[in-house]
Design a protein around this ligand. Sequence first.
Ligand code: ATR
Length: 289
Amino acid sequence: MNINGHTEICGLIGNPVKHTLSPLIHNTLSELCGKNLVYVPFQVENGKLQDAIRGADALNLLGLNVTVPYKSDVIAELKDIDGLAKNIGAVNTLVRVEGGYKGYNTDMTGLYRAMQSDGIEIEGKDIVILGAGGAARAVAFLCISKGAERIYLLNRTYEKAAAITKEIREKTGQDRIVPMLLADYEKLSGKDYIVIQATSVGLSPNCEDVVISDENFYKKIKWGYDLIYKPSQTRFMKLVEENGGRAFNGLKMLLYQGIIAYELWNDVSISQEQAQTVYDALKEACYEQ
Ligand code: ATR
């Protein structure tokens, strides 16, 4: 790496940031693209978010990623915001524009691109989302915006699923989303569902946990997508596969949220081959220590 007067800087703001895989994604991309750009983590303490964004602007940083706990709070500091990110109410990528930054949600466009790369299309499909936290809420907005036929939002606490449904109906005018109690999964009468597991249940080290363990539920699933990437195969994924479906973890979503951010910052297009190289590096860092 040759750092000189032309080197551009991108980074991640959040707290904590020490566990992040984003520097690996972006610095590998810069190597592959021959860009003079470095990506570094910035730990931002509670109460310092506004200073951090103003500082980044003053220092002419090319772009930033934003992680927990600032994905919603950062919106107040932006010059502009992309439509999907605005609806979701969460931003993970800031792109330099005249006088500040524009916010995007590449977590969700990343999930979409990951699904497409696995041959899964949301448009016209019946989708089941497990969970009604921040992640599930974002997935529900994505599925609506990409033309899902019907979305069933299943949650242990019904009120949260109902609140998201109400909000989506108000914001988008779409009524193709149905809130359900998690325990009522037997009422799903269709088949060949795409199921997106958007709770934290099953996350390492609680690898044997799963929100629904009944095999009858899994028989209805054609594609199961777990947002968790550690362990590489969750119990949810195992149950999907044992019952004839195809299952994917969240590592490709992580990959593509980074790739889309990198493309926005640099006005480049990352090839399939380059994406694969970064994906291999991510897998090694994640699973082969
Ligand atoms: P995130 O922002 O990452 O989505 P979150 O907002 O804390 O995280 O949401 C966690 C989700 O996991 C919620 O849908 C939660 O269900 P409740 O709304 O009923 O709390 C779900 N969840 C967590 N533990 C669960 C469990 N043991 N069984 C079922 N759902 C669970």
